[in-house]
Ligand binder design. Structure first.
Ligand SMILES: Nc1nc2c(ncn2[C@@H]2O[C@H](COP(=O)(O)OP(=O)(O)O)[C@@H](O)[C@H]2O)c(=O)[nH]1
Ligand SMILES: [Mg+2]
Length: 313
C-alpha cells in the first residue's frame, strides 16, 4: 500500500533521494515524514530545489474537487495577479485573509471588506490569524452552521494554509501528525486529507507566484511609512527606484521596508501613469499607496511584478 508523508503529502519512496517523498529504506516502516520534512522540522533547513508548481494544472484539479474552497491569502499579497487565480476557482468558495495579527493595526476590517468588494467584486471575505483561537473557532462554526463537511484550503504558497489546519487540529485536540510549515515557498507538495469529526479537510500545494524573493518577517506587525515626494524626487526601496512626476504623498505597505530618498541620477526603464489614490502592487513585497495623479518612472524591477488598482485604503 502506498504511504504518504504526513507533513507535505508526497508519496513516500526509498528509490531516489533527489525526488520528493524520499525516506531511507530502514526508516520506511516506522516513520510518517519524508527526509525533507524531517530535516525541516528538526533542523530548519528546507530543500525544495526540484519542486515546480503548475498553476493551470492545480486550478484544474481544484475545480474538479467538489469541496468548499477557502482561498487563503495575506493582505500584502492581494493584487490583480493573485485575485486572477481566485477568480479562476469555481464556487463555492470564500476569501480568507490570513496573518491578520500582522495587519490589524493598520486596516479597519469592515472598510477593507467594502473596498475589496468594490474593487475585486469579492463578497464572501473574512480574516484569520493562527494567533487568535477565536478566529479559528469562528471558521469551524461557519462550517458547522452552513453544514459544510468537505473543505479544501487553497491559495498562493506561503499564505498560511497548513498553519491554519495545524491550529484546527490543535484546538480540537486531534491526535494527528502536524503538517509541515515554513516561511519558504513550496513546503506542501501534494494534497493532504485530514478528518476532524464530520469535517474532511484537504490541504493543497500553493500556487506559484512570480514575485520578489525577500526575507519576510511573520512575527512583527507591519509598519507603514509615508513620504512626501516632490516633483521629480526619487525614492529608493530595496534595490529599485521610483520617480514621481508631481508632488504627492505616498505610503508604503510592505513586508520589508528599507527605503530612502535618493539624490543621484538614474536611468529609468519604464513609466506608469496613475490616477488619484492608486495602489501600486509589487508581487511579494506589498503595495504603495499614491495619493495624487502622476507618472511614475521605475527602475530595476521587472514590469511583470507590478500591477495597479484603485486603492484599498
Ligand atoms: N504572523 C503570522 N504568521 C503566520 C500565520 N499563519 C501562518 N504564518 C506563517 O506563514 C508562513 C507560511 O505558513 P505555511 O502554513 O507553511 O503556508 P502554506 O504554504 O500556505 O501552507 C510560516 O512561516 C507561518 O509561521 C498567522 O496567522 N500569523
Ligand atoms: Mg502548506
Amino acid at each position: 500500500m502506498n504511504k504518504y508523508c504526513s507533513g507535505c503529502g508526497a508519496l513516500l519512496q526509498s528509490d531516489n533521494e533527489l525526488l520528493n517523498g524520499f525516506i531511507p529504506k530502514e526508516k520506511y516502516d516506522n516513520s510518517t515524514y519524508c527526509k525533507r520534512c524531517f530535516r525541516l522540522i528538526n533542523y530548519g533547513d528546507l530543500n525544495n530545489n526540484n519542486i515546480l508548481i503548475n498553476n493551470t494544472k492545480l486550478i484544474n484539479e481544484i475545480n474538479k474537487d467538489k469541496s468548499f474552497k477557502i482561498f487563503i491569502i495575506d493582505l500584502l499579497n492581494i493584487n490583480n495577479n493573485t485575485i486572477n487565480l481566485y477568480n479562476k476557482i469555481k464556487e463555492n468558495k470564500m476569501l480568507l485573509i490570513s496573518k491578520y495579527d500582522l495587519f490589524y493595526k493598520i486596516f479597519n476590517k469592515n472598510k477593507l471588506f467594502n473596498k475589496l468588494n468594490l474593487i475585486y467584486n469579492i463578497k464572501k471575505i473574512d480574516t484569520i490569524s493562527i494567533k487568535n483561537n477565536i478566529d479559528i473557532n469562528k471558521l469551524i462554526n461557519y462550517f458547522k452552521n452552513k453544514k459544510i463537511n468537505n473543505i479544501m484550503f487553497i491559495g498562493p504558497t506561503n499564505s498560511g494554509k497548513s498553519s491554519i489546519i495545524n491550529k484546527i487540529l490543535e484546538i480540537n485536540n486531534i491526535n494527528h501528525d502536524k503538517l509541515t510549515v515554513s516561511n519558504s515557498i513550496n513546503t506542501t507538495i501534494d494534497y493532504i486529507n485530514i478528518k476532524i469529526d464530520n469535517l474532511n479537510i484537504i490541504d493543497s500545494p500553493g500556487f506559484y507566484i512570480n514575485e520578489l524573493t525577500i526575507d519576510k518577517d511573520f512575527k512583527n506587525h507591519i509598519k507603514t511609512i509615508t513620504y512626501n515626494m516632490k516633483k521629480d524626487e526619487i525614492l529608493n526601496i530595496d534595490n529599485f527606484y521610483l520617480k514621481f512626476s508631481n508632488n504627492t504623498s505616498i505610503t508604503l505597505y510592505m513586508y520589508k521596508i528599507d527605503s530612502k530618498k535618493y539624490y543621484k541620477d538614474i536611468k529609468f526603464d519604464y513609466e506608469i501613469s496613475v490616477k488619484d489614490n492608486t495602489d501600486l502592487c509589487i508581487n511579494g513585497l506589498g503595495f504603495i499607496n499614491i495619493k495624487k495623479e502622476c507618472i511614475i518612472s521605475i527602475s530595476n524591477i521587472d514590469k511583470e511584478l507590478i500591477s495597479e488598482r484603485m486603492s484599498i485604503i
